[in-house]
Design a protein around this ligand. Sequence first.
Ligand SMILES: [Zn+2]
Length: 246
Amino acid sequence: MREKNMLNILRDSSYTVVLSGAGLMAESGYPLLRDGSESYEIEEKYGYSFEEIFSSGFYSARKDLFFRFYKEVLLKAVETPPGDGFHALKKLQDHGLIQAIITRRIAGLEDRVGCRNVINMKGTVYDNVCPSCGRHYPVEYMKEAKGVPLCEDCLVAIRPQVCLFGEMIDNSVMTRAAEEVARADVLIVLGASLTSSLCSQMIQYYTGSNLILVSDQEHYSDERADIIVRGRCDEFLKSMVSEVEK
Ligand SMILES: [Zn+2]
């Protein structure tokens, strides 16, 4: 019954936007480098925290260690395939129930399953550019490079097009994301608390009447949602797909 009501809300909505958080990604088996148990291991192995290494200052000063960490930890994590939740998200989009997806995660999971109109606020590891000549390089090139990945033409370090700690999100990307949220009738938050960076940046632009929060973790800010779905995001998304395909 709950699924049917929820589906009706999505069907009645003229524009539905999803904020895709860390929870959905963790359900695919991704490590949470900043807060998970991995954060301790990173500090043990590299002598710095994730936030220290993955920062603009560190990138400028210590490219050798930055890229060692980047390849050994981040690009290794990205080898994990997108889980069921992402495939279900794509199906819901194919059924016309979701119009835009916004995320701060840099693994490009929504793009990898073929979702459309995805705004990667902090970029993804799939785009890498030589700052000198502007040539783009695929992630495979970054993975296979010995040491610091260098542009074949300029021999300067290729920069992953992701927002590092200490850097601002690109203004045009912020604007685009804010415009999508402002258009939304229904806003679905998947696997993030309403005070997470993703939500605190975006919810202020939302003027619709159905803010749906899907999370298996309770948080004091949950009551600001109009509807709370307590459970895993992938289970919720899959149940919506079964309901729509009945
Ligand atoms: Zn170059």
